[in-house]
Design a protein around this ligand. Structure first.
Ligand SMILES: NC(=O)c1ccc[n+]([C@@H]2O[C@H](COP(=O)([O-])OP(=O)(O)OC[C@H]3O[C@@H](n4cnc5c(N)ncnc54)[C@H](O)[C@@H]3O)[C@@H](O)[C@H]2O)c1
Length: 334
């Protein structure tokens, strides 16, 4: 049994805590969050201890691993403190919003041989696991182009956006990681454009709501990411990978497969209703299961802090391209 503490009692920590509690080889020892009402409710629901100081629980000897689901600006401090105490860590994305701080943290983790996995949950989505297996099986031959569509159903609250680090570091970072995961080769050049098509007042917080990013690898493989904070028809998550022998496509999940044919239309379907908590429920479960399995088997974790650093760096390169209007060379000398 891996004894786990979940740090945070907000949206994502609720998911992780429930998944830990349900895992047959894990024990949810406690949930911790300064928000007493939230953490008390979560601990009562899942039958574990509640704690109010996240850092204070890291020294406990009855905890083997922690899941960090607290705000982004707390990730690195909690991660480093957990590693120093010999705990394994599953940390939510993004690793941080500051590349220099993230670089120093990655070096510290690596020097201490810390076991830290970054929560890029989409890699563990069943569709993406199948897609990746088909690529590995050579089903479409050599990868040529990757197209990623990622649109949220609606704009997040202003307060969230103001502290998010911007669309590229907060939202597109998932897609940048997905691009690295699927291209099979690191990007060497990034170009991007960004607009405020949903809410022009985002200029006040120096952010955008619609971005397109293009990546190129050294051998010429290409990736196009289109990302928007609003899609009135629902959460739009699609991936297309084309190769020498064919194409692999993932589609959106729908509440049902019922199709509506009438005098007016023949292919009307219900709106896409999911947002990330529902759409990626299996992905969060698989992510945790792979974390636990890798630790039990003494295997390398499937994602690392370096994945977090590289994705953040690509987001920064894309932002630089938006601001300069030029393609930016990727130099992973981090
Ligand atoms: N992988 C994903 O799909 C995904 C989805 C959502 C959020 N996230 C990430 O998870 C993290 C949390 O996001 P969320 O949406 O759950 O946020 P949230 O606001 O719902 O929850 C954050 C929790 O952290 C607590 N908190 C606040 N300050 C704290 C501090 N100093 N120390 C410890 N806890 C503190 C708050 O009380 C709150 O309960 C963010 O980094 C976000 O980027 C990832």
């Amino acid at each position: 049994m891996l004894r786990i503490a979940v740090l945070g009692a907000g949206r994502i920590a609720n998911i992780h805590a429930a998944n830990v509690a349900a895992h047959p080889h894990a024990q949810l020892v406690l949930v911790a969050d300064p928000w007493r009402e939230g953490v008390n409710a979560l601990s009562a629901q899942l039958g574990c201890e509640a704690a109010y100081d996240c850092a204070a629980v890291l020294g406990r000897t009855d905890i083997d691993a922690v899941v960090i689901g607290t705000p982004t600006d707390t990730h690195i401090d909690l991660m480093l403190a957990a590693v120093a105490q010999g705990k394994a860590v599953l940390c939510e994305k993004p690793i941080d919003l500051d590349i220099a701080k993230a670089r120093a943290a990655v070096q510290a983790v690596e020097q201490q041989h810390g076991r830290v996995m970054l929560g890029f949950n989409r890699r563990f989505d069943p569709d993406i696991l199948h897609l990746r297996a088909a690529l590995d099986g050579g089903h479409i031959g050599a990868v040529r182009q990757v197209i990623i569509t990622s649109r949220d159903p609606s704009l997040a609250p202003r307060d969230y956006l103001a502290h998010s680090g911007g669309i590229l570091r907060d939202m597109t970072i998932h897609d940048l990681d997905m691009a690295r995961h699927l291209l099979g080769e690191e990007p060497c050049e990034v170009s991007a454009i960004a607009s405020r098509l949903v809410d022009p007042t985002l200029e006040q917080i120096d952010d955008y709501d619609s971005v397109m990013v293009m990546l190129r690898t050294a051998s010429g493989k290409q990736c196009h990411i289109n990302c928007c904070r609003e899609a009135v028809y629902g959460y739009d998550q699609r991936v297309e990978v084309s190769g020498a022998l064919g194409v692999l496509l993932t589609d959106n999940h729908r509440p049902s497969t019922v199709r509506h044919w009438s005098a007016k239309h023949t292919e009307a379907l219900e709106p896409l209703q999911h947002f990330f908590l529902e759409r990626y429920a299996d992905a969060y479960r698989n992510e945790l299961a792979q974390f636990i399995d890798a630790l039990a088997a003494g295997r390398a974790l499937p994602t690392t802090v370096r994945d977090g650093l590289y994705a953040l760096y690509l987001a920064d390169c894309a932002l630089e391209s938006v601001r300069t209007g030029r393609a930016v060379a990727v130099d992973y000398d981090l």
